[in-house]
Design a binder for this molecule. Sequence first.
Ligand code: HEM
Length: 140
Amino acid sequence: MLTADEIGHVRSSFDMVFARATEMTTTFYNRLFELAPECRSMFPADMDVLKRDFIATLAVLVGSLDQMTGLLASTDILGRNHARYGVQPAHYPVVGEALLWTLAKSLGPHWTHEVEQAWRKVYDIIAQRMIAIPAGAPRP
Ligand code: HEM
């Protein structure tokens, strides 16, 4: 599904933002709540734990890009959790937009066309798989 080049682009760019994880996740959620203020009430008031969970999970997903079985198992768990949080399929595009915007802002000149295309593909794979798992699905 992903080429070695695409995996390489996502991994090397993720390494750069992971080094500034707190800043990156703060920018991401600020951007999300700017684009979709109606989503704010779904999240806890104190976002610190979630910020750490989000970046750690992203690291696991990015680390699994060359092992589709592992990647899909992780996204199935995430998808089931998110359905329980009340997340709807329609929420995924705006979260993707906030994530890509954050990556672009954090990476500056390193946000090339190839890097952007690779991240779009990865986000689509993860989001589509998360959406496909209903809340009541058994643990994979
Ligand atoms: C690539 C897509 C996404 C990733 C990697 C992701 C990641 C995470 C992680 C790691 C958590 C912590 C709890 C858990 O592991 O289940 C979480 C919680 C949550 N996410 Fe996501 N998420 C994504 C998409 C979305 C979308 C589209 C929404 C919709 C607005 C959303 C809303 C939430 C909410 C409401 C929580 C629960 C917060 C809480 O009550 O603690 N997420 N997400």
